[in-house]
Ligand binder design. Structure first.
Ligand code: G3H
Ligand code: ZN
Length: 287
């Protein structure tokens, strides 16, 4: 099946009150694991690569790997640039064949974030590429300042932001953090519900690694349509490789440990799809 847009998947999720998992991938095995998990569970899915990942290898490589996987699968998949930081990078993603891009100018002032986002929207919208922007401070990345509740997304600003920029989805700050949580995450679900009722585009949750099943289900119930997982998948892959080296010592074939890691990542992806409620949704989409 050919790639679909992020909007196609997210609009279906929003309308039907579930969330789609968006998994950050780093290599071929992770692409295979995610597509295979989606196919086995009949789940639409978003595959994404971060701005750092696409510094490691050009987006052409990830596009080619996803296309190859889709030759052998019949499930809706969108390919998304995660945390893109410029219009140029968004254009590069479009040229590589990505069907969705994020422009993250959330560290800039409200006005500059709007301006930067609108610049990307103007490139993407006419050609049907989906756009995700971010408003508020999720934090947790190296060098991020922590604002606490003061950095949460404000509903009145979110409304103005979406209307003026025309972004087709919005990442919101409601208490999640990128990476591993130091303490108990404290999510503002009331704020999330208010945001859901204030803006009419799908809402995106960043920093989902480490959230409990209960928290994820609450976020979906209160209005999240896309849930981003990066750290947990990286940990699953890397720990599986390390584990393999403790079990088997006498081997020379790299496929042994990458294959083991691939099957573990697939299991994790299926667990997340179950939590988000995306299982068996593909068959209800109009493709
Ligand atoms: O953009 C990617 C995500 O927000 C991933 O966050 O690393 O905490 O899973 P995570
Ligand atoms: Zn993120």
């Amino acid at each position: 099946m050919p790639l679909v847009t992020g909007d196609f998947i997210l609009q279906h999720a929003r309308k039907n009150n579930y969330a789609v998992c968006a998994f950050n991938v780093e290599n071929m095995e992770m692409v295979q694991a995610v597509v295979s998990a989606a196919e086995e569970t009949g789940s639409p899915v978003i595959i994404q690569t971060s701005a750092n990942t696409v510094k490691y290898a050009h987006m052409d490589y990830y596009y080619a790997m996803v296309q190859a996987a889709l030759k052998h699968a019949d499930v809706p998949v969108a390919l998304h640039l995660d945390h893109g930081d410029s219009r140029d990078l968004a254009i590069q993603a479009i040229r590589s064949g990505y069907t969705s891009v994020m422009i993250d100018a959330s560290k800039q002032s409200f006005e500059d974030n709007m301006k930067e986002t609108k610049n990307v929207v103007d490139v993407c919208k006419p050609i049907g590429v989906s756009i995700e922007a971010e408003l508020g401070n999720v934090g947790g990345k190296v060098g991020d300042q922590e604002y606490g509740a003061a950095g949460y997304t404000k509903p009145n600003e979110a409304k103005e932001f979406v209307e003026k920029t025309g972004t087709t989805s919005l990442a919101v700050a409601i208490g999640t953090v990128h990476g591993v949580y130091a303490g108990e995450p404290n999510l503002d679900l009331e704020l999330l519900a208010e945001l859901r009722n204030t803006v009419d585009v799908p809402l995106v949750l960043h920093g989902a690694s480490g959230l409990s099943e209960h928290d994820i289900k609450q976020c979906v119930e209160h209005g999240i349509s896309k849930i981003n997982y990066a750290t947990e998948l990286r940990i699953a892959f890397t720990e599986a490789v390390k584990e393999y080296f403790t079990i088997e010592k006498d081997f020379v074939d790299p496929k042994k440990f990458t294959g083991h890691a691939r099957s573990i990542v697939k299991q994790v992806a299926i667990e997340k799809m179950e939590m988000c409620g995306s299982i068996n949704r593909a068959s209800t989409m109009n493709i």
